[in-house]
Design a protein around this ligand. Structure first.
Ligand code: NAD
Ligand code: IPM
Ligand code: MN
Length: 374
């Protein structure tokens, strides 16, 4: 079944609590600009009239520096048990050089809650936001499906003879048959269930890898991609090496539809893709395990250099909240939020990074008012 056109940033809709019951959302703003953009997203959720209950958590650098706690005992089990979704800002603070809290909280949620599909839609809202010549919104409308629980992020490896001239550092790239198969299946199913913004069907899945150099892991991805692709004859299976894909993305992003890739390549190409959308301030993402409590976060980080100045763009966080509401089944509210953000961009009621003159709070307020008063 196709989701109706004129919608974007849409993950698979899986209602999973009884009709009539309020959805529960855990809010974790985190560090830096996360603490500025998430309140704007929460404001917009309220303006859209979504029937939700929220609870805020102070997990992040301040809490870690105060009491040494990154994730309270039972924290992930609590999130799964008590919440339908999680809205997160960003983690990363110059005072925590090891980045241990970000690893334990952010990667902890992804890994321990098994949120294996990182869905990063790439949509250009207005031609003025794209650094490429002659590129229109219809030309940038694809999704990156990033494997989110394996690869070089698993912390497998170690150091030997640290600090000596003979030091050895090993960082293993873990690829399991199960992990590769489920993310590739997710990508084909995403392609089947989602239309493009103009209502035309999605019909291509491109796997990007580095199988010319990383032959063992690449070989597994290639074999599984062929197998799963064979089960979806109506969808065209395509392949590119990740380096060539980066070049293509900035030369001409029009051919892309659904891209599936591993954890690290997905991280890198989605910052590149954010550039096509107007920068990191515009990019949304969801960390999804169908049927389980999923976590939504903008693609950007905590941007310490601009934190606390009311200049961070809140739209990535607002579009992320919209993506979360769509996931929870609030279609009408999501449509209103997406339409209001689109209008804000068109009227330049935005922060400076995307051409406007508003502050973080003022841009969030403009979108919230647009939703409430039209
Ligand atoms: P970053 O995304 O924080 O910033 C990169 C650049 O984009 C900076 O110039 C920043 O000013 C700009 N930028 C980012 N978001 C913006 C917004 N909303 N509005 C306007 N400009 C914006 O990435 P970084 O500088 O590489 O990392 C900073 C910290 O964030 C690090 O600790 C890093 O590990 C962490 N990080 C966390 C997440 C996350 O929690 N999901 C994601 C990426 C980076
Ligand atoms: C992202 C971030 C994270 C990642 C970092 C903070 C570990 O860059 O969500 O894109 O690499 O996944
Ligand atoms: Mn990243």
């Amino acid at each position: 079944m196709k989701i109706a056109p004129k919608r974007f940033l849409s993950p698979i809709v899986l209602p999973f609590s009884p009709v009539g019951q309020k959805k529960r959302i855990a809010i974790i703003p985190g560090d830096g600009i996360g603490k500025e953009v998430i309140p704007e997203a929460v404001k917009v959720i309220a303006a859209a009239g979504a029937e939700v209950e929220t609870a805020q958590f102070d997990w992040g650098a301040d809490r870690y520096l105060a009491d040494g706690i990154t994730v309270p005992p039972d924290g992930f089990a609590m999130l799964e048990r008590d919440f339908d979704a999680i809205l997160v800002g960003a983690f990363g603070d110059p005072r925590v050089k090891t980045n241990i809290h970000a690893k334990e909280i952010l990667l902890g949620m992804r890994f321990k809650m098994d949120l294996y599909a990182n869905v990063r839609p790439v949509r250009l809202l207005d031609a003025a936001l794209c650094p490429l010549k002659g590129i229109e919104p219809k030309d940038v409308d694809f999704a990156v499906i990033r494997e989110n629980t394996e690869g070089v992020y698993t912390d497998a490896g170690g150091v030997f003879k640290q600090g000596t001239p003979d030091e050895i550092a090993v960082q293993e790239d873990i690829n399991t048959r199960k992990g590769v198969e489920r993310i590739i299946r997710f990508a084909f199913e995403y392609c089947e269930r989602h239309t493009k913004i103009d209502g035309s069907p999605r019909n291509r899945v491109l796997m990007c890898d580095k199988s010319n150099a990383m032959t063992y892991a690449g070989g597994l991805w290639q074999r599984v991609f062929r197998e799963v692709g064979g089960e979806h004859p109506q969808i065209k299976s395509e392949h590119m090496y990740v380096d060539a894909l980066c070049m293509q993305m900035v030369r001409d992003p029009r051919p892309f539809d659904v891209i599936v890739t591993n954890n690290m390549f997905g991280d890198i190409i989605t910052d590149l893709a954010a550039g096509l959308q107007g920068g990191l301030g515009m990019a949304a993402s969801g960390n999804i395990h169908p049927g389980k409590t999923s976590m939504f976060e903008p693609v950007h980080g905590s941007a310490p250099l601009i934190a606390g100045k009311n200049i961070a763009n809140p739209f990535g966080a607002i579009l992320t909240a919209a993506m979360m509401l769509r996931h929870l089944g609030f279609d009408g509210q999501t449509d209103r939020i997406e339409a209001a953000v689109l209008e804000a961009v068109r009227q330049k009621k935005t922060t400076q990074d995307v051409g406007g003159a508003l502050g973080t709070r003022e841009a969030g307020e403009w979108v919230a008012k647009k939703i409430s008063h039209g």
